[in-house]
Design a protein around this ligand. Structure first.
Ligand code: NOJ
Length: 718
């Protein structure tokens, strides 16, 4: 893929000193004002290859200044005109789910199951950020997670490998486009490679235990898809796996990533990961840590100056050969060339109309929201009297979600503002925050409505990096608030603004309808109005299981059978699991409602549901289809989901695995024929050695509205 740059890189490398080369592997943070002169000096000496455009370790939580384009252009000028090798720097920033226009948190975008829309979103995101000097973004975050206590679950695709793979492709394509050198494009970064989302107990940065079987079948597919989509970079993760820090693991960083996934770009460490090897206890020396990391395959050192301060000495004393450095530098230079930085290193901002991006953000947000419950109260009518209660009615910042570095809370309309605008000239909003104000007044406002909308949720500050929670619920005062409102006897609609799934037992029962609105970005509240008033029919589906209680975690749908009767905690027979509670999900993976009614017919199996393994391998497929009728009153989109189960295989296979889905628009009164094809790549699994295998035998195929569907047929691989 990068072959065309080889000759130019050879020529460059031949001219560079060892010091110049190592400088290319050094990525410090943006300097604070008092560090600027020193920083410029480093650039002049060729000691900086890239800048992490952030101040502080967790850019998603700490306030960051706006990007000063002139400042970065000046730093770039010094690199190009005054450094020994004249190589431009590559500037990277955490543009995770939006720049000035903020899109929904990635977990919410995954809930849309509309990956064309996700790709479109990242085209906008890239355009805005690239227009302010960002060459490289540290997204997509592809960490599969089964633990909503983990604060960073908001940044990822949820619990399913296929959804992760779809997210990977969409984000990489959206950011990088066909030609990443285009001024509106950014290099993407698949992170955190790998296993970071499996942190024990959801405690950020902590240890993980991941067998190779789980690695290949659950944690790796999204990263494999990123490589296939041509992602330019990977970020190695903070965590250890089975006692081995990823930072110093040749197995993960080279054998798997380069050998098996065929990745050719470069790997950047996560923040301070090289030095962290000392804390992790695999060395007590920064020089040795640097050698271990670069030997393992970690090309660029983020933040801690370990490489620049130690690698020269490590080469000179014979600990590592210079060829190891050359390999890493070659990878970095390739990407800089691919990004077009040698031709055009400077940013020349252009003016453009951001309203188009806001309209896309609104569409993305409305498509991400999940209707969890509706006893006939939604959609609301615009001429109603609506009691609008709760701590989120005036909230702005939390709507943007964590990892929002450049979005502006003050530009984000509150729910009260958006609803007032939506009903203008027709209905009336009776609003009260309800918490910390006069509760009786809340009661009166609720009582005046024909219906009450309760705006509840969690603060953005409870989510994101290093923000794990031990209980995934909403605060006690919010619970007492909705219980009090319930006493009015009015119909209650809960709109939940959350970053993660919450434990719904003791909450959902109180509501007549629940819209899960997530932290959906700049246009959250307009999108909520679109859905509440029926201008958009909800079509989001859960990309993660929503448990009854936090104590049931981990609870995920693609689990293997236990072999004993206490097996069926995800589906039937749950009473045989815990003696003190019902462990079934409150809402399962893939779940979500619509305003219309979809009726599924039986699965239409292929004319010949038997295919030989050889034919399958040669490209033959099983073709299955299903008729879905829209028998309700609204034109709407339905997510038709296909799962498989291999009941007899050498390795135990999950009871359900999502293998395909189709988001289909069906007009009211019409029926759609939804067709699927299952081929070789869908019907096998990876062994612990990383070999893909498809075994002969029967496969159960389920098609339906969520992972608990029992609508089944069988196909046979002979
Ligand atoms: C640490 C985070 O883990 C990573 O996701 C982020 O990209 C870097 N810091 C840079 O801010």
């Amino acid at each position: 893929m990068y072959k065309k740059f080889d000759a130019k890189i050879d020529a460059l490398l031949a001219k560079m000193s060892l010091h110049d080369k190592i400088g290319q592997l050094n990525q410090p943070c943006t300097p604070l004002p008092h560090q600027v002169e020193q920083f410029k000096e480093w650039i002049r000496k060729g000691e900086i290859g890239s800048i992490l455009m952030a101040v502080g370790a967790t850019a998603g939580n700490d306030p960051q200044g706006a990007i000063d384009v002139d400042f970065y252009n000046e730093l770039q000028r010094i690199a190009v005109e005054e450094s020994p090798a004249g190589i431009p720097m590559i500037f990277g920033r955490d543009v995770i789910h939006g720049h000035r226009t903020v899109f929904p948190i990635p977990l919410a975008m995954a809930a849309s199951f509309d990956f064309d829309l996700v790709e479109q979103s990242y085209v906008d995101v890239a355009r805005e950020a690239a227009n302010e000097t960002v060459h490289w973004t540290f997204t997509p975050m592809l960490d599969l997670s089964r633990d909503p206590r983990w604060g960073r679950i908001i940044e990822g695709p949820g619990e399913d490998p296929l959804v992760g793979a779809c997210m990977a492709k969409a984000v990489v394509k959206g950011c990088q486009g066909e030609d990443v050198s285009h001024k509106d494009r950014m290099v993407a970064c698949a992170k955190h490679y790998i296993g970071y989302g499996a942190a024990e107990g959801g405690r950020d940065y902590h240890r993980t235990e991941i067998s190779n079987y789980s690695l290949y079948n659950y944690y790796l597919p999204a990263f494999r898809a990123a490589a296939e989509a041509g992602v330019g970079t990977y970020m190695s993760s903070f965590n250890e796996i089975n006692g081995q820090p990823v930072t110093s693991s040749k197995f993960y960083l080279t054998d798997v990533l380069r050998g098996q996934l065929g990745f050719e770009g470069f790997v950047v460490s996560d923040y301070g990961c090289v030095e962290q090897l000392i804390k992790q206890g695999v060395t007590d020396d920064r020089g040795e840590a640097s050698s271990m990391a670069i030997e393992a395959g970690l090309d660029m050192d983020m933040y801690d100056f370990c490489y620049i301060e130690n690698l020269e000495e490590q080469v000179k004393n014979g600990r590592i050969p210079e060829s190891v450095i050359d390999t890493a530098v070659r990878r970095v230079l390739r990407l800089k060339m691919a990004k077009g930085l040698f031709e055009d290193p400077y940013c020349k901002p252009e003016k453009f109309d951001r309203n188009v991006h806001l309209a896309h953000a609104r569409e993305m947000a409305a498509n991400s929201m999940v209707l969890l419950k509706n006893d006939g109260v939604l959609p609301l009518k615009k001429d109603m009297n609506i009691g609008l209660i709760g701590p989120f009615i005036n909230e702005r910042r939390s709507l943007l979600g964590s990892w929002t570095v450049d979005g502006k809370a003050e530009e984000t309309p509150t729910l009260l503002e958006a609803m007032t605008e939506a009903v203008e000239g027709k209905g009336k909003i009776h609003a009260n925050v309800g918490i910390s104000l006069d509760k009786d007044f809340t009661f009166r406002m609720a009582d005046r409505g024909d219906v009450v909308v309760l705006a509840l949720g969690e603060s953005w500050a409870r989510t994101g990096e290093n923000k794990a929670v031990s209980d995934i619920t909403i605060t006690e005062d919010q619970k007492s608030l909705f219980k009090k409102v319930k006493a009015t006897g009015k119909k209650m609609v809960g709109v939940f603004f959350c970053g993660r799934p919450i434990a719904m037992e003791g909450i959902a029962e109180y509501f007549d309808a629940i819209l899960y609105a997530w932290h959906s970005g700049s246009e959250t509240t307009h999108a909520v109005c679109d859905v509440l008033f029926g201008d958009v029919v909800p079509s989001g589906r859960l990309p993660v299981t929503m448990p009854r209680l936090a104590t049931h975690i981990p609870l995920y749908y693609n689990v293997t059978p236990s072999g004993r009767p206490c097996n069926c905690y995800y589906g039937e027979n749950p009473g045989n699991c815990y003696v003190d509670s019902y462990p079934t999900p409150y809402y399962p993976f893939g779940y979500g409602l619509s305003y219309t009614k979809f009726v599924y017919n039986d699965i239409i199996n292929c004319a010949n549901p038997e295919v030989s393994l050889a034919d399958l391998e040669a490209g033959k497929t099983f073709k299955l289809s299903i008729e879905v009728a829209n028998a309700g009153d609204y034109d709407a989109k339905e997510l038709v989901q296909l799962y498989i189960h291999d009941p007899v295989a050498k390795m135990m296979r999950p009871m359900r695995e999502l293998k395909a889905f189709e988001k289909t628009f069906i007009k009211k009164g019409e029926t759609a024929l939804v067709e699927f094809e299952l081929g070789y790549k869908d019907l096998g699994y990876y062994t612990a050695e990383g070999d893909y295998t498809v075994e002969p035998g029967k496969i159960e195929v389920f098609i339906g509205e969520n992972c608990l569907t029992e609508r089944m047929t069988e196909i046979v691989i002979k």
